[in-house]
Design a protein around this ligand. Structure first.
Ligand code: ADP
Ligand code: GN1
Ligand code: MG
Length: 376
């Protein structure tokens, strides 16, 4: 969640972009854990127009010029694909960066903060919890299409905006170091969660080993396919536009499917404290597999398809590990809104992971059906 920023500062930042009209207000927007996002409203000829302004977290993203270079290339390419297909509404289906008055993709202000601006995509919204199977299908189709659009992005290779972002062995090692250091004396309070995480160590190498063996190919992936990172059209309910592009970089397709599973099949919030409310919903999983495979079956290989259901278990574990590591290290990475918030999040992820493990066989069969339904 984003903190308020005085309107004077937002006005000073907005003045650096060539936007017509005057700023009416700027409200914190969305529920992201890393950046600060604001919806700005400008008055112009008796109407108003909205924009999304984002302050990029430079503690997390160390090389913002490279990150913005990725985003500019990705936005242009996706927009080009849509225009080639003759989509009249390409401007609603791809993010468009508004350059500063100096022609830069990002503004570096006097306080050392980086800001970027996008036109607001109206009549669309995001959901933290999926409301229906149809939404799960649409979201997965949109993320799958995004991977497909980026499959022929011309070189050079995209920058790694956070190196080893989904390297599950490195994430596990960082967790073990945090337990060892116990910098804030919190390990005792997280004894059960630490034991749970240690008991699942064996799974962290599964995809990495297959990648090293050349079985799983590197692709351009989004890497943060949380379900609230796809905008849904409020009229047609279609998955419209993939957003939050900071982590678009080389990765495994399975990282994207896995994070969709983590966020779209969960029956409760990511930080739900009542664990009895958390489960992996199988019918949403089925819709997710159908939507994703419909968009990607032409390029995914058999090994990737075989690991789809497992990828959700792995990524749910990885994000749980990251929350737990952050709790043990003193909450330095993810924004928190209450004491113990990262521990609550870790617990919730581990509960969800257990529910996925219990239903793995059934999910495998659903993937097999979805694969044959899509004509492969
Ligand atoms: P964060 O890193 O904070 O998650 P996002 O890029 O996901 O940042 O943006 C936060 C929220 O702002 C999104 O969930 C979405 O609701 C909204 N949003 C982002 N970009 C746009 C846009 N171009 N038009 C309309 N809403 C947007
Ligand atoms: C962060 O920025 P946001 O809220 O979309 C995080 C993701 C985690 C997610 C967990 C750059 O995403 O990796 O999966 O929180 N982003 C980064 O909710 O670390
Ligand atoms: Mg987001």
């Amino acid at each position: 969640m984003t903190q308020n920023i005085p309107i004077e500062r937002l006005t000073a930042v907005a003045d650096c972009f060539p936007v017509d009209g005057h700023l009416l207000d700027g409200i914190p927007y969305g529920s992201g854990h890393i950046n600060d996002t604001f919806a700005l409203r400008f008055a112009e000829n008796h109407t108003s127009r909205r924009y999304i302004l984002q302050r990029i977290n430079h503690r997390v993203f160390k090389d913002i010029p490279s990150l913005m270079d990725n985003i500019a290339r990705v936005c242009r390419h996706v927009r080009g694909c849509l225009e080639t297909e003759g989509r009249a509404d390409a401007h609603r289906r791809a993010l468009t960066l508004i350059p500063t008055r100096e022609g830069k993709d990002v503004l570096l202000d006097d306080e050392g903060d980086y800001w970027r601006l996008y036109p607001f995509i109206e009549s669309a919204r995001t959901y933290d919890i999926i409301q229906s199977h149809q939404q799960a299908y649409e979201a997965a189709k949109a993320f799958g299409l995004f991977q497909r659009q980026l499959a022929d992005l011309p070189g050079p290779r995209l920058h790694e905006t956070i190196p080893a972002f989904h390297h599950t062995r490195a994430r596990f090692n960082a967790f073990m170091n945090a337990v060892e250091d116990d910098a804030c004396g919190r390990a005792a309070a997280a004894r059960d969660e630490i034991a749970f995480a240690q008991s699942r160590e064996a799974i962290v190498d599964v995809l990495l080993d297959q990648q090293a063996a050349g079985i799983l190919p590197e692709r351009i992936t989004h890497n943060d396919t949380k379900i609230n990172n796809v905008m849904m059209d409020v009229t047609t309910h279609e998955g419209l536009c993939v957003i939050d592009l900071d982590t678009v970089m080389p990765g495994l397709a399975l990282y994207d499917f896995g994070d969709m599973m983590r966020t779209a099949t969960n029956t409760a919030e990511e930080d739900e404290r009542d664990l009895s409310r958390i489960a992996c919903d199988l019918s949403r999983f089925e819709a997710l597999a159908q939507g994703y495979l419909g968009a990607t079956r032409n390029f995914l290989n058999d090994a990737e398809i075989r690991q789809l259901a497992f990828s959700g278990i792995l990524i749910t574990f990885e994000i749980g590990l990251r929350f737990l590591t952050d709790y043990l290290s003193g909450d330095t990475y993810f924004k928190i809104h209450r004491d113990g918030h990262n521990l609550d999040r870790a617990r919730a992820q581990f509960k969800l992971m257990t529910s996925m493990e219990d239903q793995l066989d059934c999910m495998q069969r659903m993937v097999e059906h979805a694969t044959s339904d899509t004509g492969r």
